[in-house]
Design a protein around this ligand. Sequence first.
Ligand code: AMP
Ligand code: ZN
Ligand code: FE
Ligand code: FE
Length: 287
Amino acid sequence: MVEGLIDLHVHTTASDGTLTPTELVRYAKSKNLVAVAITDHDTIEGIEEAIEIAHKEDLEIVPGVEISVDYHKKEMHILGYFIDIQDKVINKTLSELCNYREQRNPKIVTKLKELGMDVSMDEVIAKAGGSVVGRPHFAAVMVEKGYVSSIGEAFEKFLAAGKPAYVKKEKLSPEQGIGLIRNAGGIPVLAHPKYLLGESHLLFEEMIKSLERQGLQGIEAYYSTHSREETQFFVKIAQEKGLIITGGTDFHGDNKPEFEIGIGHGDLRIPYSVLEELKALLKRQRK
Ligand code: AMP
Ligand code: ZN
Ligand code: FE
Ligand code: FE
């Protein structure tokens, strides 16, 4: 049995994290983690670099992705673990999702201008560095230019759903997102379920049942912002439904400074056994 702690949800500069894959690997290593899943938004471009460096640094990398899907007008994120990064269909679909972003992003610039903020697409692209430009990059430029004092404030006042600079982007359905991951040989897991919990636990259970019928295989029960009670609830649901349990922090570097790699707000501990369960499931279904 492998000892040590892991983090199955981290972002790099390939999407909206602030560490490059190489920096991320070295950083994870410095924090004594033994395995990390790279789960960038709608892209797998950071994975090859991470695997190459991790090999030298003796860190295990799980290839992953985090796909945004549209759940009854709400945003839902599906993590995909152990996808084949050479798979043609997933590569093609992810590049289409990037196109949707590229159509949305200039519209955010226009809205910010209307609100009196001078933020250009060039500045946002420069901030992003990688291939995927997301709202945190807009937020970072807004902070830099003094329009808001933090990334959180940029979202709360302008960029979050329903706020004046929000622009909806086209997304896959949960079923399409789950299917895409399964077809690329991966394991689909519901990310940060807390954000979909809402008022009714019963409705949440119904949602999980329906996602399971669509091929969902796990729930991210361990997450930076989950309370002890929430974690217990998600663990219980997963056990009842025969889903696996995963965990990660959603580390983004300075774009989300409140989430530290491996430990989240400070007290998260994800044992290697979580990854062993994931691998056992993978083995069973590849037989
Ligand atoms: P995008 O994919 O460009 O729509 O942006 C999604 C990114 O914005 C993800 O990293 C989210 O975690 C982040 N995000 C969404 N809502 C908020 C919020 N209210 N505060 C901070 N970050 C957020
Ligand atoms: Zn992100
Ligand atoms: Fe997410
Ligand atoms: Fe994430």
